[in-house]
Design a binder for this molecule. Structure first.
Ligand SMILES: [Zn+2]
Length: 747
């Protein structure tokens, strides 16, 4: 059984939306954004993602003048003056709550009900360890008093704040039903806006299988859960689960949630319209600039205090905090040194080992080297077992973990069984590795070679075996076992390759997608996500582990990829293009969506190291981790992850606290189990802010944690203040109305 935090009761249906109910304006805007992708435009038209290109002085001057005119016009309005005043009032209240007194610090101000944590299932020694004594640290805080948000009109602010809150609620819905994570703090601010009270029971957590104990056999096939005999059918690209043949005939599937294509399109169009909305762009741009400046001030004021905190933390430094390589491809997880050493070693010990096949003829390692004209890199990695070598080194280093991607292509339904058997026969398990399945977006290639009849068949090959192993594990023992060590799915390929098909609710369903054209990114993501959601809900019912969707996203190509991932992904790899959209970047910040960044890989492929946004993202408070992507291509030393950290630290002058913050993020982002996270980060790791941090394990200063937490609360409070404004304005009017009435009664 997978261990879990207390499961939340929740409605199991995905609320259905109709495209006809969507504001015509929103629908048209969304279509325009998608159409723009097709035409590959990058002009300065109304749809450009920044209001003004940052490198255009005239444009910036004009924009400033327009803003001034707007503000002057606004000042003349009595109504606006009133609202401005009410915002100031709300603001002064929220502000005083930003710095709660030490004794009764209870988390974000909007969560007046006591914040009781979910009860973790008692497991192992980790959870029995005494929690670190927790006190709000003293440090110099940067606060802005006075106006609600200078430089933007009241109306624009209200509009922006409301749309941003709506976007966050959409993501929350998509995350919860898929057993993806959504930050507690953000949820606590959103709840009152739906007139709901937040409770810890509202939270859902993914389930990852805890690693076997050292004395346990990781390949043990005992204690298989019983078969259930449910019946499966794939329809329109989604798998449906039926209790039995009878229910299948009556077409009554089990109630497992997923959003239909129309609902997904509706939600997607809201975010697409939002990223092109002028006032929202301006607002987000300003908030992001503020976040960056605020961090600089924080650093200037508190660098020494953070440093002192770390100095007085015994036995812990950057080298012995746990770090996870959150994005790495198994086929290239060894670096050149590993590979060379491995080949030499094998050549000495087993020269007659068959390592490759050419035109049906088996070739030994000795023959390979005899016929020197062959490139040794053509050797297949899997037959070489080089993973064992990499795993051994990781285990020796003790503090490093890795999440390598293995491929499933969806070409044949047997791929899963072969992969599971490879895993078991070659004893690939390592306590320092958790596996992720990557699905390359290359349907077009298989289709043109007539290997697949439709996109639907590809989806069936990918997902049907997983559902079968979940329903009848005793008939699929190898796969059931292998899935214990798989924690997520990735979607991979060159994002700059683009499809000629424009994604919409009218897109043909996968069963009738029989053309050789490759579906667009958003389409791939939707069908991966929808099936993972159904599968996760089924597995949760069975007490089995769940999967996270962690696609490559925003490395290149269209900005719309980041919109699709905003709904469907638990976390993403790369995220470089967030640089281009202030709205998305701000949303990724508010939702604390983890981003695995690989600046060395980017440096070779898409973006020069010095232009990489990692440092900027980290400073603003986005949830970033460092990862290697492809050590065989990009790294020189045998400790590729340390190389990645070391270069980032040198180039960007990152402090120890910065590095440890990134390392902590990487553990949080990863598919390591609840037990391991408690062991590596502290028993309360799932709480946010200093309360969730155990400096003795993470080496992240409590001052840093408090700064991040209070900063996020402050940004979120701007959104909730905008909601409160309506009530308060109404109140304003009423009280004034009453005065007038009384005036009439008593002449
Ligand atoms: Zn990659």
């Amino acid at each position: 059984m997978a261990q879990s935090l207390e499961p939340a009761e929740m409605p199991r249906q995905f609320p259905k939306l109709n495209i006809s109910e969507v504001d015509e304006q929103v629908r048209l805007l969304a279509e325009k954004v998608f159409a723009k992708v097709l035409r590959e435009e990058d002009s300065k038209d109304a749809l450009s993602l920044f209001t003004v290109p940052e490198d255009c002085p005239i444009g910036q001057k004009e924009a400033k003048e327009r803003e001034l005119e707007k503000e002057l016009a606004e000042q003349k309005s009595v109504e606006t003056a009133k609202r401005k005043k009410s915002f100031k009032m709300i603001r002064s209240q929220s502000l005083s709550l930003q710095m709660p007194p030490q004794q009764d610090w209870k988390g974000p101000p909007s969560s007046t009900p006591a914040m009781s944590p979910p009860k973790p299932v008692p497991a192992g020694a980790a959870s029995q360890a005494a929690p670190a004594s927790f006190a709000m640290p003293e440090f110099q805080r940067v606060t802005i008093s006075g106006d609600y948000c200078a430089g933007i009109t009241v109306e624009d602010y209200e509009q922006a704040a409301k749309s941003l809150a709506k976007a966050l609620m959409i993501r929350e819905k998509y995350s919860r039903l898929a057993y993806h994570r959504f930050p507690r703090t953000t949820a606590q601010y959103l709840c009152p806006q739906r007139a709901e009270k937040w409770g810890p029971g509202d939270e859902v957590f993914p389930d990852f299988h805890p690693p076997p104990e050292p004395h346990e056999n990781p390949y043990c096939l005992d204690s298989m859960p019983p078969n259930l005999g449910y019946v499966l059918r794939m329809q329109g690209g989604i798998l449906f689960v039926y209790d039995n043949e009878e229910m299948l005939k009556r077409n009554e599937p089990r109630s497992l949630p997923y959003p239909d294509l129309e609902t997904y399109t509706v939600d997607l169009s809201h975010i697409l319209a939002l990223i092109t909305d002028g006032p929202t762009k301006t607002y987000c741009h300003r908030r992001l600039n503020f976040l960056e400046s605020k961090f600089s001030l924080h650093e200037m004021l508190n660098e020494m205090s953070e440093f002192k905190e770390l100095k007085s933390n015994p036995h812990r430094d950057f080298y012995n905090v746990r770090k996870v390589d959150t994005h790495i491809h198994a086929a290239a997880c060894m670096n050149q040194k590993h590979l060379l050493r491995f080949i030499k070693h094998t050549y000495q010990t087993e020269p007659d080992r068959i390592v490759t096949e050419k035109r049906g003829k088996k070739i030994t390692l000795r023959q390979v080297f005899d016929g020197l004209h062959m490139d040794p890199y053509d050797l297949t990695v899997d037959s070489l077992d080089v993973h064992a070598e990499v795993a051994r080194e990781l285990e020796e280093s003790k503090y490093q973990y890795t999440e390598p991607r293995l491929s499933i292509y969806g070409r044949s339904p047997l791929e899963w069984l072969n992969l599971a058997r490879w895993f078991i026969n070659h004893k690939v398990y390592s306590p320092n590795m958790r596996w992720i399945i990557q699905v390359p977006r290359i349907y077009d290639i298989f289709r043109s070679k007539k290997l697949l009849p439709s996109f639907g068949k590809m989806l069936e090959n990918i997902f049907l075996p997983l559902f079968e192993a979940t329903i009848n594990p005793r008939d699929h023992e190898d796969l059931h076992l292998f899935l214990k060590y798989v924690t997520g799915f990735d979607s991979v390929d060159d994002e700059s390759k683009h499809s000629d098909h424009m994604f919409s609710d009218k897109s043909p369903n996968p069963d009738i997608w029989t053309s050789e054209q490759n579906p667009p990114y958003s389409y791939y993501l939707y069908y991966m996500y929808a099936n993972i959601m159904v599968l996760n809900n089924l597995r949760k019912e069975r007490g089995m582990s769940t999967f996270l969707f962690r696609p490559h996203c925003g490395e290149a190509g269209s900005i719309t990829h980041l919109v699709s991932a905003f709904l469907t992904a638990d976390n993403i790899s790369h995220g470089l293009l967030l640089k281009k959209s202030p709205v998305l970047q701000y949303l990724y910040y508010l939702a604390q969506i983890p981003i695995a960044m690989s600046p060395l890989s980017n440096n070779s492929l898409f973006l020069e190291y010095s232009k990489n946004p990692l440092r900027e993202f980290l400073h603003k408070g986005l949830h970033v981790s460092l990862s290697t992507d492809d050590p065989m291509q990009f790294h020189y030393t045998k400790e590729a992850l340390m190389e990645e950290y070391a270069i980032a630290a040198q180039v960007w002058k990152l402090s120890t606290c910065d590095l440890c913050e990134i390392a902590r993020n990487s553990v949080l982002q990863s598919g390591l189990s609840h037990t391991e996270k408690q062991k590596f980060l502290g028993p309360n790791y799932y709480k946010e802010g200093p309360e969730g941090n155990d400096i003795r394990k993470t080496n992240v200063a409590q001052i840093r944690m408090a700064f991040r937490y209070e900063t996020l609360c402050n940004e979120l409070s701007f959104l909730s203040d905008a909601m409160k404004s309506e009530e308060i304005t109404a109140l304003f009017k009423n009280t004034q109305g009453k005065c007038c009435n009384r005036g009439r009664v008593i002449p």
